[in-house]
Design a protein around this ligand. Sequence first.
Ligand code: HEC
Length: 244
Amino acid sequence: MQRTARSRPIVRGLAAVVAALSPFALGACSVKERESDQVAGKQAFVQKCGSCHVLNRAGTKGVTGPNLDEAFRQGLADGLGRDGIDGVVRKQIAYPSMAGVKGSGLMPADLAEGKEADAIAAYVANAVAKPGEDEGLLASAVKAPGSDKPIAAEGGTLTMPADPGGALLYASTAATAEAGPLEVAMPNESGVPHNIVIDGKGETEVIEEGSVSFEADFAAGEFVYYCSVPGHRQAGMEGKLTVK
Ligand code: HEC
């Protein structure tokens, strides 16, 4: 991707700076502390960063920003160690380029600070461009969002929450309802903007917090519900409603 290619020199340029600092970055932390930090880091990454970045091990699929696995694969090949990546990520969180330019679509500043930013950077540094899946504590850090277990409408309302952890998914990829008038509701606690749409039936406004719904009449059949925020449906935020 163009963005990724353009940003590589940034990574390379920082490598030297970060290499000089790395004895401090390593500090006196035991490996164990670093793993528990990373658990919090993974959770925070999924919630605060995943809506814009692909990071395979975190299971995130955002497309607004560069794919982080790809962005750092080259850096790793060029000798930027994982401690170096830690420093680059920490810097990026603190000083995203052109941060604060309204409507520029670039990465927002101040998404995290202090210990939380350290933990996110430690997790990303450990996880990027690494084959396989997270193990141990990290494997269970983020509950697998989205399930295939259908959510049934109750009392004429289908409630389909957005993933509370900020993943680009609804609580389920399947739903059932009886024919007739139906309210389709989407609670969203994630802080990530989402809506719910069924073509030809209705759509809600996009919200970051709260709950929205629309009403429509449904005859028996199959319908697709999805989030129309750019990139979200492609990342998996959709499901099938079966009306009987
Ligand atoms: C609203 C979308 C958005 C969010 C949320 C976001 N980013 Fe970004 N990120 C971007 C964009 C766009 C870029 C590329 C341009 C730039 O630097 O602003 C980027 C660039 C980066 C880069 C540099 C990648 C490279 O190729 O050099 C890193 C690292 C990064 N982000 C990490 C994070 C982390 C960690 C978080 C969470 C704390 C986060 N991002 C949250 C949009 C986002």
